[in-house]
Write a protein that binds this ligand. Structure first.
Ligand SMILES: NC(=O)C1=CN([C@@H]2O[C@H](COP(=O)(O)OP(=O)(O)OC[C@H]3O[C@@H](n4cnc5c(N)ncnc54)[C@H](OP(=O)(O)O)[C@@H]3O)[C@@H](O)[C@H]2O)[C@@H](O)CC1
Ligand SMILES: [K+]
Length: 510
């Protein structure tokens, strides 16, 4: 698997383990890193009149000295602008000593139109905001619109968090090594990386496996083996039954969007559960989706006992308040009285189900912690996240990845922390960062569809973390492929080609 994302600490551990295993040593890794960057520069910018290599004092700078040596050796006009000097006897010092291009001070950095910049100032070792000559170099490159090729990360972007410390370069291409880092996927860092090229520098899969990495890019490889494909003899209830709670007569659309998405995602049966006064309006809009009144928890209990649903969506259009809290807690604690045949596999709480607990989140978290509680997936956007996890949301020094992980542990739930860089985190520390979304998905009702997909997959027995990751990816993929003009009503149908490809990939992989 090559979808692991390595923190700076994990990357340096991979480096250490590789060197310890031999025969590769540090300078070999640096040479391969520099060669990979130089190859990208030569291939992508054959017409560049001049290359300015900016070298920092650490190993990122060391990679830069190798790049400069190769480019100069290939006949490309090359200037090195250095900030500080490498520590004596370090790999970077060796790389600098072997480089025939004499460095000039970064404070004098000047460039001309038509040239390009290789940014090898700081990578994994970025330790403070960019300032002084480095910040000035960012301004110069930006003002002259020079194409920037970043070594490992655009200087100023934190590899761990994607945050920008002070200022950062905006690269056209970022060449990174062995595996991507969270900062390549999390915003705003992602926008500064441009295209990401992953270079093999000889850190083997066996070394990465030893790191027991818990952060991944959300790609199908992560969850495809759990993706449900119906057995030949499947009847509709074997394919899972999803219940979706509807709001009152003026707020029923969200539930129907969720319900349709759950059905498209493969749930064999889906029931919309409105209060009595919203039965008619729902009935007028539903065909294959079933309908049943759910005014109170007695109705919900009867539904569970008779129809054996395996997953529920609660929240979209449902309203904020006591009734929502009651329904949520009843669903979470329903396992206590039930035998395994009426056990609910999974719950998706979104929108109003999240906001309803803003005054007393611990009541929700305690319920989800009970041993018999169904798996819970919550899908907050920024505002909902802040309502449910005030202490965590306020900590702006941490990354979105870290905040999602803390929230998942606190709530004992899978947290789908939505946004252009959606993070999915589990209470056991596993996390994935999504990046196949597009701005078209930011449209009313899009989140209701996402909740429905998650529930559809949960109902078919997909484990909750994998179901959430798969749903986020499928939803984003369908929306990105649809493109301009997308409205939430389009999404359930737009899922079809994406699902077809996944089923083919899954059955091909069986
Ligand atoms: N690990 C691997 O497998 C491989 C790693 N490789 C390469 O090594 C890179 C990591 O190297 P690295 O650890 O030496 O850190 P690096 O990014 O050069 O920065 C450290 C230096 O910069 C300084 N500094 C930091 N921020 C600053 C700021 N804002 N303003 C001013 N100074 C600042 C910092 O100062 P200090 O924090 O000590 O005060 C220190 O002197 C990695 O990104 C990749 O390119 C490859 O060769 C292949 C194999
Ligand atoms: K860099």
């Amino acid at each position: 698997m090559s979808n692991e994302l390595l923190s700076p600490a994990e990357m340096s551990e991979a480096d250490r383990l590789t060197i310890a295993a031999g025969p590769t040593d540090g300078i070999d890794l640096m040479r391969r890193a520099g060669e990979a960057v130089a190859a990208v520069v030569l291939k992508r910018y054959p017409a560049a009149t001049h290359v300015h290599v900016l070298c920092g004092p650490g190993n990122n700078g060391g990679d830069g000295y190798i790049v400069a040596r190769i480019l100069a050796g290939s006949g490309v006009g090359t200037t090195i602008w250095a900030s500080g000097t490498p520590r004596p006897e370090s790999d970077a010092a060796l790389a600098a000593a072997q480089c025939p291009v004499k460095p000039r001070p970064l404070s004098d950095f000047a460039a001309e139109a038509g040239s390009i910049v290789v940014d090898a100032l700081y990578g994994a070792g970025l330790s403070k905001p960019l300032s002084g000559d480095a910040a000035k170099a960012v301004d110069t490159a930006t003002a002259l619109r020079l194409p920037v090729v970043a070594v490992d990360l655009p200087s100023g972007v934190s590899g761990a968090s994607g945050q920008i410390l002070g200022k950062a370069f905006r690269a056209e291409v970022t060449v990174t090594f062995a595996r991507k880092k969270p900062g390549h996927l999390l915003l705003p860092g992602r926008e500064r990386c441009g295209e990401i090229v992953l270079a093999d520098i000889g850190i083997g899969d066996g070394i990465i496996a030893q790191l027991a990495v818990s952060t991944f890019e959300n790609v199908p490889d992560l969850w495809l083996r759990e993706f449900p494909v119906p057995a030949v003899d499947a009847h509709k209830y074997k394919r899972g039954h999803v219940g979706v709670f509807s709001g009152g007569p003026g707020a029923t659309g969200a539930a129907r969007l969720s319900a349709l998405a759950a059905a498209r995602s493969g749930a064999g049966a889906v029931t919309v559960l409105p209060p009595a006064n919203a039965m008619q309006v729902n009935a007028a809009h539903l065909t294959s989706i079933m309908l049943r009144k759910a005014d109170d928890s007695v109705d919900v209990d009867a539904f569970i006992g008779e129809r054996r649903p395996s997953a529920f969506v609660l929240g979209p259009g449902f309203g904020v308040g006591e009734k929502t809290r009651k329904f949520a807690l009843a669903l979470l604690t329903s396992g206590e009285q039930r035998d395994t045949s009426t056990r609910i596999d999974g719950l998706v709480f979104d929108a109003d189900a999240i906001t309803s607990f803003r005054e007393a989140p611990d009541v929700l978290f305690q319920a989800s912690r009970q041993p018999d509680a169904p798996a819970l997936v919550m899908t907050p956007h920024d505002g909902e996240f802040a309502r449910l996890f005030p202490g965590i949301a306020d900590d702006v020094a941490t990354s979105k990845l870290a905040r999602a992980r803390l929230a998942a542990a606190r709530a004992n739930a899978i947290i789908v922390y939505k946004g252009a860089d959606t993070v999915i985190a589990a209470p056991n520390g596993l996390a994935a960062i999504n990046r196949n979304g597009a701005a078209w998905l930011a449209t009313a009702g899009s989140g209701d569809v996402l909740s429905g997909i998650i529930a559809g997959l949960l109902a078919q027995g997909m484990p909750a973390f994998e179901a959430a990751c798969a749903a986020v990816w499928i939803h984003a993929e369908a929306g990105s492929r649809f493109g301009p003009g997308l409205i939430a009503e389009d999404l359930p149908r737009a899922l079809v080609p994406v699902l077809r490809e996944l089923v083919e990939a899954r059955t091909g992989a069986l």
